[in-house]
Design a protein. Structure first.
Length: 232
């Protein structure tokens, strides 16, 4: 992949999961800048089991030291998550897994939100960035994105800030990793469906012409898992 390589989003030293690498700087900016509201989904191993009220509070918003923070979705996972088959995800006694989606990337935001509702994070894994999911990549593995994933990612970069996101909760379907405790999940209407990758078909384009909003250079996906420095 020629040219300078950009990471699309970063991870804390103590976090792990999906990383995207690309040589398209403009697309990187549109996918990572907070004002564009691109979603990222995480699996968090937390102490205790969050109540329905705690999950709803994550959606309604919690005042942190740097302002109000809200999740797009938040759901408890019953048992072991099944959304990341390439990962070893044990469930220690007294802990539970939570799947949480954000549309911004403030420093340690997932950890601070969950700690604010009384459930400190012991392990944090990013499993989705926009239309791209971690799926069965194992720690240290990497792969190139498929043509359909590239088109979906380019289309994601063309969306206006906040497209499809609303700041209110409603009942929803179980989390991808397992059944939602209590049969509900907090979710903002209009958020991408959880059953797949959120891929969108690309519009017609002249052969060889770069996509609008990008430089024509193609991103590649890296399922880089392990300790990384970053801000999420």
């Amino acid at each position: 992949m020629p040219g300078r390589i950009y990471p699309v989003g970063r991870l804390d030293y103590d976090s792990e999961g999906l990383m995207l690498l690309t040589n398209d700087g403009e697309l990187t900016a549109r996918l990572t800048h907070a004002r564009y509201g691109k979603i990222k989904t995480y699996l968090a191993l937390v102490r205790g089991t969050p109540s329905n009220e705690a999950l709803a509070a994550l959606i309604e918003g919690i005042e942190l030291e740097d302002g109000l923070a809200q999740a797009v979705e938040a759901a408890s996972v019953v048992g072991l998550p099944r959304s990341t088959p390439g990962m070893n995800l044990p469930l220690p006694p007294g802990m539970s897994w939570v799947e949480i989606t954000l549309a911004e990337g403030r420093k340690h935001e997932v950890r601070r939100l969950l700690e604010a509702v009384g459930h400190p994070v012991e392990r944090l894994i990013r499993i989705r960035m926009g239309p791209i999911i971690l799926d069965d990549l194992r720690p240290g593995e990497a792969r190139r994105l498929s043509p359909s994933e590239l088109r979906a990612l380019e289309q994601e970069g063309l969306k206006s800030p906040g497209d499809g996101l609303e700041r209110r909760a409603r009942p929803g379907a179980p989390a991808r990793g397992g059944a939602r405790r209590g049969g509900e999940r907090a979710k903002r209407p209009g958020a991408p469906a959880r059953g797949g990758t959120g891929r969108q078909p690309a519009g017609p384009r002249r052969p060889g012409a770069p996509a609008r909003g990008g430089t024509g250079r193609k991103p590649t996906g890296a399922g880089r898992l392990g300790r990384r420095s970053g801000t999420h």
